[in-house]
Design a protein around this ligand. Structure first.
Ligand code: PGA
Length: 255
């Protein structure tokens, strides 16, 4: 059965690689994607800020999108060290990852701040990839649905998003960088929960069409079984996006 929604395979390079490696990787991903001419999936890569332009200049923009891993919510101003949505866009990006668990953990980003980031990314014409996900203790205490519900409700409160200007990524914290992915069934259960929640806080049309990605130890070995799930519309890939051979196999998922 073909997927209902156009899928998105996104690579989060985190704080890895220097310019030459970024160039090589971006070119390899682009060449592969161009050669496949998919019409059922999209590809995005998110390098560190200094390499947004480098990455954008080394891909075919009709086949590979660029995303930032973060941004600041102000348009401009005296905010030393920060990067605005317009700057990200100006460097060739069309997506912005927002609320990654590493931002929440190490940089204390709260839903209140993330809501502002989502709004400001959207007003610059960027598509936020809003990340949510529970910690292991939440899951062990059966609080995972409650945690994800709060992360979504608080950050999307009064945000009039559509299915085509927001992507949600479910990334259970215990699966990120650990080698232990959520099982396809665990992920599907949460994705369905998120989709129903979107129908409640927005409407059915948006909920049916919005893309919900899975992230957390996605690898060539598990991508096919994850993508077979009805409500999984793509993947946000960390470690395995740094190796062209692995990432292209993930892009080339088979269902
Ligand atoms: P991982 O990271 O694929 O290395 O687990 C995923 C992410 O942090 O987005």
């Amino acid at each position: 059965m073909p997927k209902k929604r156009k899928c998105l395979i996104a690579g989060n390079f985190k704080m890895y690689l220097l310019s030459e490696e970024i160039k090589r990787l971006a070119r390899a991903i682009s060449d592969f994607t161009v050669s496949k001419k998919y019409d059922d999936r999209e590809v995005m890569i998110a390098p560190p800020f200094p390499y947004l332009f480098t990455a954008a200049s080394n891909v075919n923009p009709s086949f590979v999108y660029i995303g930032s891993q973060n941004l600041y919510f102000e348009k401009e101003g005296a905010y030393t060290g920060e990067v605005s949505p317009l700057m990200v866009k100006d460097c060739g990006a069309s997506f912005a990852i927002i609320g990654h668990s590493e931002r929440r953990k190490y940089f204390f980003e709260t839903e209140e701040v993330l809501r502002k980031k989502i709004l400001s990314a959207m007003s610059a014409g960027l598509i936020p990839v809003y990340c949510v996900g529970e910690k292991i203790e939440d899951r062990n205490n059966n609080r995972h649905f409650e945690v994800v519900k709060r992360q979504i409700e608080e950050a999307l409160n009064d945000v009039t998003f559509r299915a085509d200007n927001l992507v949600i990524a479910y990334e259970p914290v215990w699966a990120i960088g650990t080698g232990v992915n959520a099982t396809p069934e665990q992920a599907e259960e949460m994705h369905l929960f998120i989709r129903k929640l979107i129908a409640e806080i927005r409407d059915k049309g948006v909920s049916e069409n919005i893309r919900i990605l899975y992230g957390g130890s996605v690898k060539p070995e598990n991508i096919d079984s994850l993508m077979k799930m009805e409500n999984i519309d793509g993947a946000l890939v960390g470690g395995a996006s740094l190796k062209a051979e692995q990432f292209t196999r993930i892009i080339d998922y088979r269902i």
